[in-house]
Design a protein. Structure first.
Length: 488
């Protein structure tokens, strides 16, 4: 499909005025195209060659609209740092419409599009820094096999935007199957708009929980909660396995279909640090890396409360009790893949826990250690693994490897096949914060080559890419614990 053939529909906006406000974007006066994502073009059914179309500069900043587009600011609420906030909604983004391809419907969401009725005291803008971070993060998680929103394009400008300092404005077009958050359901529940709440439950079930389509609303809500609980358990298991910290898991940042959603002060682990806090505004550590499973369950409880108008407390509790075993099963399966284990044994959890404790004690780089382990074939001394740890931890490493060797021996697995499988489960490249900043700094000077390189690496993070070894090394000390705020 050519770009000129794109026409958007509006299933969500057509739900009615209770769901948001129709409003036009505030475009940049002098937009400049920074990047179009060919992989997302393909997802949408648009020819990759259309990445060179000059119309993107205008389409990507709202200066020109896709045919059929009716921009719509979605209304929702949510719990932020555990406190309910009724004054939320699309304060700087607009749902442009939806595009169907291959039986899947994708929503296009213009972020940084200016003020809306839900902007409160904000300016409705996004900055180049935060836009690039979100653009890269969607590709990073997708490349790692974790569900995520993605982005189609970045358009920059010379328009100044004030955050902690004056920065240049930018917009991106975010792409997701739905932008409905836990907070959408909370909004209708707390404002007692139960008919609209029922309408939204039915709308989401018709798209994603089709077995519940013709059921009464109570059964639909219960089926949806089970669906969201399972998808959320799988999602956070993926985060924990790859070492990803979201940073601000408010209920308005939780997707009803279990996508990674609303990238702000996120971070991938460098040294393995369970207490890692990537958001410098998170003074209590509510959203620390090790807290994410518990916070996601807390958020699911908030969603369940929004369904309590239609579902009994007993049924809601039964749904939520599925989260922990689903999380444990999903995480265990992913860690077995990372360790190259083909079968499950009772002692696997202890083997994994002992390794994570070793990595914690050694302040070892999480990604580099598992990548090196993927090359391990029982050699002594294990030079590549030792290099990643201080000498004081070498004896502990040897003891763990002895147990690991014994576990592998019981499977009688072929070392070459195991190594090949482990290389496909342990990435060489992750989106470290210092690398993201390197891309941002270059882009601010008008050099978009590092952005293109980073995207290519993140889309295939398990490949060797020998020409880009410098992108796979541990960060310098100055690159660790970089302060990242919600404005990021």
């Amino acid at each position: 499909m050519k770009l000129s053939e794109v026409t958007l529909s509006h299933h969500y906006a057509d739900l009615g005025d209770a769901f948001g406000t129709r409003i036009e974007p505030t475009p940049f006066q002098h937009p400049k195209l920074i990047h179009v994502n060919p992989a997302v073009l393909q997802l949408l059914g648009i020819n990759k060659s259309e990445a060179q179309n000059p119309d993107w500069a205008q389409l990507g900043c709202g200066q020109k609209l896709f045919p059929g587009s009716r921009p719509f600011a979605m209304k929702y609420t949510g719990h932020q740092f555990g406190v309910y906030n009724p004054d939320l909604g699309d304060g700087r983004a607009l749902l442009l419409g939806e595009l169907e391809n291959g039986g899947r419907r994708w929503e296009l969401h213009l972020k940084g599009a200016g003020k809306t009725p839900y902007s409160r005291f904000g300016d409705g803008r996004a900055v180049l820094r935060s836009t690039i971070r979100e653009y890269l993060a969607g590709e990073a998680l997708t490349g790692l096999g974790i569900r995520s929103t993605r982005a189609l394009s970045i358009v920059g400008s010379d328009e100044p935007v004030v955050r902690e300092q004056i920065e240049s404005g930018a917009m991106l077009i975010r792409v997701a199957e739905t932008h409905v958050r836990f907070g959408h359901f909370e909004y209708f529940f707390y404002t007692k708009q139960l008919q609209a709440l029922q309408q939204l439950i039915d709308f989401i079930c018709r798209r994603f929980v089709t077995d519940a389509t013709e059921l009464p609303v109570g059964d639909q809500a219960e089926a949806l909660l089970r669906f969201t609980t399972r998808r959320s358990a799988e999602l956070v298991a993926g985060w924990q396995a790859v070492g990803f910290a979201h940073g601000v898991l408010n209920t308005d940042n939780m997707s009803i279909i279990g996508d990674t959603f609303d990238y702000g002060p996120y971070g991938f682990l460098d040294d393995y640090e369970p207490t890692f806090i990537c958001n410098h505004s998170d003074h209590t550590g509510r959203y620390a890396f090790e807290q994410q499973p518990g916070v996601v369950l807390w958020n699911l409880n908030a969603l369940a409360h929004a369904f309590s108008a239609f579902v009994s407390v007993e049924a809601l509790r039964d749904c939520l009790e599925e989260f922990q075993p689903q999380l444990i099963d999903a995480y265990a399966a992913q860690m077995r893949r990372k360790l190259g284990l083909q079968t499950a044994e009772d002692g696997d959890q202890a083997l994994c826990a002992d390794l994570l404790q070793l990595l914690t004690d050694a302040s070892a780089d999480y990604t580099l250690f598992f990548r090196a382990l993927a090359h391990y074939r029982g050699e002594r001394p294990p030079a590549a693994l030792r290099e990643l740890m201080p000498p004081a931890q070498h004896d502990a490493l040897e003891r763990w490897l002895d147990h690991y060797d014994q576990r592998l021996a019981r499977e009688h697995s072929d070392s070459r096949e195991r190594n090949r499988a482990m290389l496909a489960a342990n990435p060489k490249f992750v989106l470290r914060n210092y690398l993201a900043q390197k891309v941002i700094d270059a882009a601010a000077e008008g050099d978009y080559r590092p952005l293109q390189t980073m995207i290519e690496l993140l889309q295939k993070p398990y490949d060797e890419h020998p020409q880009h070894e410098t992108w796979a090394v541990a960060p310098p000390e100055s690159g660790k614990h970089m302060p990242v705020s919600c404005s990021s």
